[in-house]
Design a protein around this ligand. Structure first.
Ligand code: BES
Ligand code: ZN
Ligand code: ZN
Length: 488
């Protein structure tokens, strides 16, 4: 997609979009071509159009050398414009362009919208995401937005912002591709090969711990989960040195990489199992994030840890009642084989602590319970450090990748104690009460004192009710929150 910034409309075809604020309604016409001024007057007279939110009109124009379709969006009052509205407007524009197959789109960006142009562009780019289907024949060439013209008299830092928007939208698409792909396509092997490929381009180092090495190092919890799988477990370690001071303590990001979560012997039922290829979304987020760090110029030392396993059933699988020894040395009684994410993360956290991090963030589709508590618009935020948690929540709010705090009561940790081992992975019977918090409480025992925040994307990573700039399926939840946070 080519993006051009012009002071006047130069496009002679395609779609023309004019967002109008209530306050600007009267001032705007002087900026606009004569025919559009007439159109706005007509709409005001006949349809009472005043730029109110939700008012939108589209029409065709038969003038030569002018876009053939015009859309006018009411934006509401100036004080209400924010990142989310702008992302959503971008999403709507992208979807209209796609459904009407317009390869050329021009947008008037006036007044306060100038400050939100990068969100608008990001919304457009994200809305144009497409999954290339695994079809033996491709019927039609897929739609592509070829030319995007931004019509504005603003002289703000447009070019720089557009570059950033592109980088972020690309990372979002990459994560969605990984999460949408089924487990027989994107597995530990695939992710490791991809990590190596991206590392070269994106300026970070990568190390893969294979199953032999994981055994040697005694990643007992992670390997127990993978016992039933025919495929080898792997752990991807990503190392980005962006800080000026090489010795600056790193930030550790751990992402759950369960290629498929059948539940194991606590098998998931119909309607719950089908989308469990999403269970590596945390890992995909960490990998996607690393793909953008250098291009965004992030000046921090960051280590990513992506433990990859598959939770399957076979004669070799781990069972409810097994007792396993984690990498930390702590023993865990398995009360539910479906609470596997916390086991995998426990070993990855223990490994991460060796780097003596500034702080550690876990991102995982850890619980279904978070979806019950918060739905699919808010990821759950839990941890042991209020400053870190608030910073993540705030960063998410700025980019409409929202998080909301859930409590970590000390008693939740007690409930994860076992009588026959150091801990158990679920508190049988009442596991569903505060399920997300108890999952986090289990992780907290492995974290110790290091500042830590946990992002539970169990309700947000995958959606059946997409926002205007999303699609059904993967959302890349957590990625834009983290990228915004790391850019501060
Ligand atoms: N991967 C699931 C959580 C999940 C469910 C993510 C639905 C996305 C959508 C996780 O491993 C799991 O099964 N958690 C259980 C824990 C329970 C057994 C304590 C859950 O939340 O039901
Ligand atoms: Zn599970
Ligand atoms: Zn899981």
């Amino acid at each position: 997609m080519q993006i051009k910034i012009n002071q006047k409309i130069t496009s002679t075809k395609g779609l023309l979009v004019i967002p109008v604020f209530q306050e600007d309604f009267k001032k705007m016409p002087s900026l606009l071509p004569k025919n559009i001024q007439e159109l706005l007057k007509f709409l005001e007279r006949k349809e009472n159009f005043k730029g109110k939110k939700g008012q939108s009109f589209s029409t065709f124009i038969t003038q030569k050398n002018f876009p053939e379709k015009v859309m006018i969006f009411g934006m509401g009052t100036l004080s209400k414009i924010n990142h989310r509205l702008s992302l959503n407007l971008g999403g709507q524009i992208g979807k209209v362009a796609k459904s009407s197959k317009k390869e050329d789109v021009s947008i008037y960006i006036s007044g306060k919208l100038e400050n939100f142009a990068s969100e608008l562009i990001q919304g457009i780019m994200m809305s144009l995401y497409r999954i290339d289907p695994y079809k033996s024949k491709i019927e039609k060439p897929p739609y592509e937005l070829k030319n995007l013209e931004l019509v504005t008299i603003a002289d703000s830092d447009f070019a720089k912002n557009i570059r950033k928007s592109k980088i972020i939208a690309q990372a979002v698409s990459y994560v969605k591709d990984l999460v949408n792909a089924p487990a027989n396509k994107v597995d530990a092997e695939y992710l490791s090969a991809d990590a190596k490929k991206i590392a070269k381009k994106s300026g970070f180092n990568v190390k893969i711990l294979d199953e032999k090495e994981l055994k040697r190092q005694k990643w007992g919890a992670m390997l127990a989960v993978n016992q039933g799988s025919a495929r080898e477990a792997k752990c991807i370690i990503l190392d980005y040195q962006g800080a000026k001071n090489k010795n600056e303590k790193p930030i550790i990001l751990v992402g759950k990489g369960v290629i498929f979560d059948s539940g194991g012997y606590n098998l998931k039922p119909l309607n719950f199992i089908e989308t469990m290829h999403q269970d590596m979304a945390g890992g995909a987020t960490v990998l996607g994030l690393f793909s953008a760090l250098k291009d965004l110029g992030i000046k921090k030392n960051i280590i990513g840890i992506i433990p990859i396993v598959e939770n399957m059933i076979s004669g070799k699988s781990y069972r409810p009642s097994d007792i396993i020894t984690t990498l930390s040395g702590k023993t865990v009684e398995i009360t539910n084989t479906d609470a596997e994410g916390r086991l995998v993360l426990a070993d990855a956290i223990t490994y991460g602590l060796k780097f003596k991090p500034q702080y550690l963030i876990t991102v995982a589709t850890l619980t279904g319970a978070v979806g019950i508590a918060l739905g699919d618009r808010y990821s759950g935020l839990m941890g042991n450090n209020l400053v870190l948690r608030k910073a993540l929540q705030f960063s998410g709010r700025e980019v409409d990748d929202l998080g909301w705090p859930l409590p970590l009561h000390p008693d939740f940790k007690k409930k994860m104690k076992s009588e026959i081992a150091d801990m158990k992975n679920t508190d049988l019977g009442t596991a569903r009460f505060a399920g997300s918090s108890k999952g986090a409480a289990f992780l907290a025992s492995f974290i110790g004192k290091v500042p830590w925040c946990h992002i539970d994307i169990g309700g947000t990573a995958f959606t059946m009710d997409p926002k205007p700039y999303e699609h059904k399926g993967a959302t890349a939840a957590g990625l834009r929150m983290l990228l915004n946070f790391l850019q501060k």
